[in-house]
Design a protein around this ligand. Structure first.
Ligand SMILES: NC(=O)C1=CN([C@@H]2O[C@H](COP(=O)(O)OP(=O)(O)OC[C@H]3O[C@@H](n4cnc5c(N)ncnc54)[C@H](OP(=O)(O)O)[C@@H]3O)[C@@H](O)[C@H]2O)C=CC1
Ligand SMILES: CC(=O)[C@@H](O)[C@H](O)COP(=O)(O)O
Ligand SMILES: [Mn+2]
Length: 388
């Protein structure tokens, strides 16, 4: 039995983790849960999985959650950033799964590592913001980090087939998102509703918009750089609309290894929870005759400038990826709130990055949080100019 702490249990990934646990009750046990504000779903999860500890976004939700639980329920309820970190480091769990969205995932990632928990990481923003810091901390603590992001799970699996020194490049696949064939002129007018309608995956709002701008792939390039310790010039992106080939690895002899599967997050989640064992997952199987064709294209840098911007931030180093991530979070929230048009999401990120001046000194957690706060303030300052 593997005991788990799950952060972001009410989200798209969190619900898929629950589905895998539900399918293998003899293998996994959810001992601690953390969510944000969806206390109705969290209460149902508490009744089903009976964790010892739960965390909610703020103090106001503690009462709301308690009111939804049976009087005999003994779960301890904590809240806020401290609550999230307490769940991440919960002593009763062997593995922590971080499926929170955005920068809120960084401190709990570090808390889990410091507590020596094995870490299943869906929260890519953690590595975009603080890749070097997190990977160094994990190595020092001897913590195993298992990727849940589908492309990184595919690469992780393909890397187990060869020696690291024989690796030539990583090839990350991108679906191209809902606007893969949309003209530049039409991109100006796309709505949040259209941006949220991902053609292949059912995901949370923030990552769905990131997929539509291709910023998701830019974040994933940075995530891959840190997870696999591979420089940016050895990481490439291929548009693959069917989302069946989840990513590929090329070795120096020319052999290219890929992981294929239907687009369903239960597969990479189960892989992370049970690695190196493979579970008999009950879900539809890949039928390549039904898929008929697998297409691959180079990304269009004109209509989707986010990818080049992410590479530039990665190459610039320092806190530039932190600034990129924070400005993107502000821009995506503004787009979803109807305050910024789709094609200006990346413009706002670019303009924020242009104003960033690297500060001298070590890139420790304090420096990263300072850069994150600066970028949010700067993006908010620039927003009215770009909204008009
Ligand atoms: N969805 C997917 O298929 C994939 C997602 N990812 C990555 O996984 C992460 C999660 O994505 P996804 O599941 O789609 O996102 P969702 O928006 O669906 O879920 C986010 C979860 O985080 C919780 N949350 C948000 N902010 C806080 C906070 N401040 N404190 C505590 N909990 C918080 C939410 O709680 P509540 O809803 O209760 O407020 C919810 O449980 C992202 O980093 C994403 O990039 C990676 C690959 C695929
Ligand atoms: C499921 C997953 O891992 C997402 O990150 C997905 O890859 C998004 O699709 P895009 O390839 O369109 O960004
Ligand atoms: Mn992905």
């Amino acid at each position: 039995m593997k005991t788990l702490a799950l952060l972001g249990s009410t989200g798209s990934i969190g619900r898929n983790v629950c589905a895998v646990v539900r399918q293998f009750p003899e293998r996994f046990c959810l001992r601690a849960l953390a969510a944000g504000r969806n206390v109705e779903l969290l209460a149902r999860q508490v009744r089903e999985f009976r964790p010892e500890l739960v965390s909610v976004a703020d103090e106001a939700q503690v009462e709301s959650l308690a009111a939804l639980l049976p009087p005999a329920c003994r779960v301890r309820i904590v809240w806020g950033e401290d609550g999230l970190c307490e769940v991440a480091a919960f002593a009763g769990a062997q593995m922590t799964v971080n499926a929170v969205v955005g920068a809120a995932g960084l401190k709990p990632t570090l808390a889990a590592i410091q507590a020596g928990r094995e870490l299943g990481l869906a929260n890519k923003e953690t590595l975009v913001m603080a890749g070097s810091l997190v990977m160094t901390a994990a190595a020092r603590a001897g913590v195993r980090l298992l990727p849940i992001d589908s492309e990184h799970s595919a690469i992780f699996q393909a890397l187990s087939a060869g020696r690291r020194q024989d690796l030539r490049r990583l090839l990350l696949t991108a679906s191209g998102g809902p606007f893969r064939t949309t003209s530049m002129a039409d991109l100006e007018r796309v709505t949040p509703e259209a941006a949220l309608a991902h053609p292949r995956w059912s995901m949370g709002k923030k990552i769905s918009v990131d997929s539509a701008t291709l910023m998701n792939k830019g974040l994933e390039v940075i995530e891959a750089r840190w997870l696999f310790d591979v420089p940016p010039e050895k990481i490439e992106v291929l548009v693959h609309p069917q989302s069946i080939v989840h990513s590929l690895v090329e070795y120096q002899d020319g052999a290219v290894l890929a992981q294929l599967g239907i687009p369903d997050m239960r597969l990479p989640i189960a892989c992370a929870l049970s690695w190196p064992e493979r579970l008999p997952l009950e879900m539809p199987r890949l039928d390549l005759t039904a898929a008929r064709s697998l297409d691959f294209f180079a990304p269009d840098p004109i209509r989707f400038p986010a990818l080049a911007l992410a590479y530039a931030a990665l190459r610039a180093g320092g806190a530039s990826p932190t600034v990129l991530n924070a400005a993107n979070e502000v821009a995506v929230a503004a787009f979803l709130a109807g305050k910024l048009c789709f094609s200006r999401i990346v413009t706002l990120v670019k303009k924020t990055l242009e104003g960033w001046r690297e500060r001298p000194g070590e890139l420790n957690l304090g420096a990263i949080l300072t850069a994150d706060a600066w970028a949010r303030q700067e993006a908010a300052r620039l927003l009215p100019v770009l909204s008009s």
